[in-house]
Design a protein around this ligand. Sequence first.
Ligand SMILES: Nc1ncnc2c1ncn2[C@@H]1O[C@H](COP(=O)(O)OP(=O)(O)OP(=O)(O)O)[C@@H](O)[C@H]1O
Ligand SMILES: [Mg+2]
Length: 358
Amino acid sequence: MMGMTGKIMNIENAYLNKVLEGQTIYRTDEVMLRHSKIIYLGYPAKINNNVFAIFIHIPTVEINNAVSNISKQFTYLLLFAIGLSFIGAYLISSKFTKPIIEINNAARKISDGDYSVRLSINTDDEIEELSKTINSMAENLSKTEKLRRDFIANVTHEFRTPLGIIRGYAEALYDDIVPIEERKEYIQDIIEEVERLNKLVNENLELSKIESGNINLKSERINLYKLLIDIVDKIKILKGNRSIIINGTDTFINGDSYYIEMAILNILSNSIKHTKDDGIIEINISNQDNPQITIKDNGEGIEEEHLPYIFERFYRVKEKGVGGLGLSIAKEIIKLHRGSIQVKSKVGEGTTFTIQFK
Ligand SMILES: Nc1ncnc2c1ncn2[C@@H]1O[C@H](COP(=O)(O)OP(=O)(O)OP(=O)(O)O)[C@@H](O)[C@H]1O
Ligand SMILES: [Mg+2]
């Protein structure tokens, strides 16, 4: 017999006998020790055919102490964990909310028309992605805004001269100050200006449509070689005595033949316009790495200082009157076909346009 307190306990005979008979006894509530219940366990053990009864007494006060110690520690741990999770939640939420507040402010500025805002968020996650998207949106909006302002300024400027001419001529005719034999000439000039304005309006509309991406490009298989033969055939009347040579073989791209034809016609009509009547225009179609068209003339050429601008809307080198849209349209069409267009030129020697498809 033994007890945890080191004292020998009194054991009722009835229990002792039960254990010696082979039963296991377990009690908690009846025995009191030092104002505390004790857990009381009797267990039979057989050693060398002798039966022993082993009794164990554990005062619950010690278990209670241990339990209350552990539960105290658990409470502290719990409080600590709750505190920690609050701090964590605050840190995480401020990590997320701060950039979202920044993005919100930027979006508000953009909606108020301030396109200069740029976000610099480095969270290395979707929020950073979003901030980058917003940056490029603001950049595109400011470009569009500039385009819109330039466009209005340009159109206003381009329209002023022909409208002035039309008005002046019409007034002169109305006031009867034009000699009879010149009247027809005046009327002819008015008609010409109106036609130019008409062309300008139509081309502008076309260019705006292309630039805004508001056209449904077909995706047809186009044989560039065949297309160029057709185009050159169509402009027979325009070309005068100039010889137009086509070199190449069947070369295919996917795209909208109507628009590709428009782009090539714009470049080719420039080449004709700026080459003397006995000039030579050479067209090469090749497909070494990618489909490529070069249109080379031996005309007047373009001075280097103008080269960077000739693809811009309304830009003309020395031509008078309205125009300057042909190359802008060509460039936008080629861009929509994921291609690029380049120019090389030397005054007095000629100009070469290269269209490169991907
Ligand atoms: N092959 C060329 N040789 C010399 N100059 C050229 C050639 N192609 C273009 N240019 C110059 O580039 C300018 C811009 O060309 P673009 O086709 O855009 O306008 P445009 O021909 O003047 O007018 P539009 O085509 O609208 O009738 C022209 O005014 C011309 O000065
Ligand atoms: Mg042109």
